[in-house]
Design a protein around this ligand. Structure first.
Ligand code: GLN
Length: 488
């Protein structure tokens, strides 16, 4: 029999609801798995053993007394280090927040608890979600479960690695420019970035507030739909959360693509795309056609500006958001300062890592008088053009497909000396956030080196149902024998 830690969230939930297994047994299986493999993978920064077991016991008591169980009953979940939790610390993998304990739970964490999920602990990330490899963490180095010499992607690398190594059934991460979809692709799991406003950002430590969105990592598409059901919805504590009903996203999973038109952006399928990745995507297109999809070429003419626009807007917003970490209110304060000025200076100099400082300086520059119009304002205008490209494309198709990432996982250190090369890891994912639309990455095979690749599917705003349907139909019929990473 398959071990519990290898099962999907919906299999676990169903078994717990039918009382075939206790939530405690499930949780023990995961805690043991973490003990066996996480010293190699290093996804977890905190494991909440006793709290998790107490939550599981509470679910079991509820079941024993005949009460109705929540939609994630007994499902073990890991959380990215930037989601505020009453349990443990919320560090954003930064020295500046070392020791910070949040007085409240993020909205999504409250929802998980209300759904009877079990929180296993927190997982690693790039400091303040800035990066594409999780190498910018101040805590530890997380490895790709498929090849321990390679990065798991980022910034939610710990989330992806925990799910791919069967150390969590689900994980929540955040995506500002690709940080859910890219690590999901590199680790061979499903990663969903919802529409901006679909999920409350209350209790998500902000990086770039107009781009950030929380979303799930899972082993299959059904679990992504299930998790989205639980975390979506209006929250009065996030004014940008949409006041729209939450459909049952699992109801969209028909298993076929009849009547769906799939757009392929001509700008993305050029000689620049490596042949192996192109081949994998082409195979996926054939599967989609066989499932009844119609495939058309579309154009996103301004997509070539998206990385440049993103690194102006995201850094500008980050420079404002990160000003609050000054040694006075949260976490770390430099002990050696004599004056207030010196305290700010030393705290920020030692508390923030190199990449975060680079972004704060870039963002401050593009907002400064004299440069604001030339950079920030111009970037906002190009952002509108990028959004209009998608509006026009979605008049011709229902979903758009692209590779999730230009390459599979790379080795540690391969891109750390050249930040621009690292920034290009997100060339296919960044415009999604600029346009506020939803996107999902679903595994689409292994490269010759045995590393997973991801297919990205994008949809119209608030049409997560369409991308979930397409991703699920593809997943059902792709016939991939990806197997599992060869961990112990
Ligand atoms: N890799 C991108 C960056 O470094 C995106 C990060 C994210 O989505 N949080 O900013």
């Amino acid at each position: 029999m398959t071990a519990w830690h290898q099962k999907t969230a919906h299999e676990i939930r169903d078994a717990v609801a039918k009382r075939e297994v206790s939530a405690t047994e499930i949780t023990r299986s995961y805690l043991e798995r973490i003990e066996t493999v996480d010293d190699k993978v290093q996804a977890y920064t905190q494991v909440w053993r006793s709290e998790a077991l107490a939550q599981a016991e509470a679910v079991d008591r509820k079941a024993a007394s005949g009460q109705a169980l929540g939609p994630l009953a007994g499902v073990p979940v890991s959380l990215k280090e930037l989601l505020c939790t009453r349990e443990g610390e919320t560090t954003c993998a930064s020295k500046i927040l070392k020791g910070f304990k949040s007085p409240y739970d993020a909205h999504v964490v409250q929802n998980l608890k209300a759904a009877d999920a079990v929180l296993l602990g927190k997982v690693n990330m790039d400091e303040f979600a800035m990066g594409s490899s999780t190498e910018n963490s101040s805590i530890q180095r997380t490895c790709n479960p498929w090849n321990l010499n390679c990065v798991p992607g980022g910034s939610s690398g710990g989330s992806a690695a925990s799910v791919a190594s069967d150390c969590a059934a689900l994980s929540l991460g955040s995506d500002t420019g690709g940080s859910i979809r890219q690590p999901a692709a590199l680790c061979g799991c499903v990663g969903l970035k919802p529409t901006y406003g679909r999920v409350s950002r209350f209790g998500l430590v902000a990086f770039a507030s107009s781009l950030d969105q929380i979303g799930p990592f899972s082993k299959d598409v059904r679990d992504a739909a299930l998790a989205l059901n639980v975390i979506s919805g209006r929250d009065p504590l996030d004014a940008t959360s949409a006041n729209l009903p939450v459909p049952d996203y699992t109801a969209a999973l028909t298993g076929d693509m009849k009547g769906l038109t799939v757009g392929m952006p001509i700008e993305y399928f050029t000689e620049d795309l490596n042949a192996e990745m192109r081949g994998l995507i082409q195979n996926a297109v054939e599967v989609m056609k066989a499932q009844g999809a119609k495939v058309v070429d579309i154009s996103l003419p301004h997509s070539k500006y998206s990385v440049a626009v993103y690194y102006i807007i995201a850094t500008a917003e980050a420079s404002a958001n990160l000003a609050r970490f000054d040694g006075v209110r949260y976490g770390f304060r430099h002990p050696g300062a004599q004056t207030l000025q010196e305290m700010y200076h030393l705290t920020k100099t030692e508390g923030f890592g190199t990449e975060v400082k680079r972004r704060i300086m870039l963002g401050t520059y593009v907002l400064s008088s004299g440069y604001y119009d030339a950079y920030y304002l111009k970037a906002q205008k190009v952002r509108t053009l990028i959004k209009q490209d998608f509006d026009r494309a979605f008049e011709q198709c229902d979903v758009i497909i692209t590779p999730t990432s230009p390459t599979a996982a790379f080795e540690f250190g391969a891109k750390t000396t050249n930040p621009l090369e690292m920034y290009l890891s997100d060339v296919y994912t960044i415009s999604t956030n600029l346009a506020a639309i939803p996107g999902i990455s679903v595994p689409c095979g292994l490269t010759a080196a045995g590393l997973p690749a991801g297919l990205q599917i994008l949809g119209r705003v608030f049409e997560e149902a369409a991308i979930l349907r397409a991703a699920h139909a593809y997943e059902q019929h792709h016939g991939l024998a990806m197997g599992k990473p060869a961990l112990a």
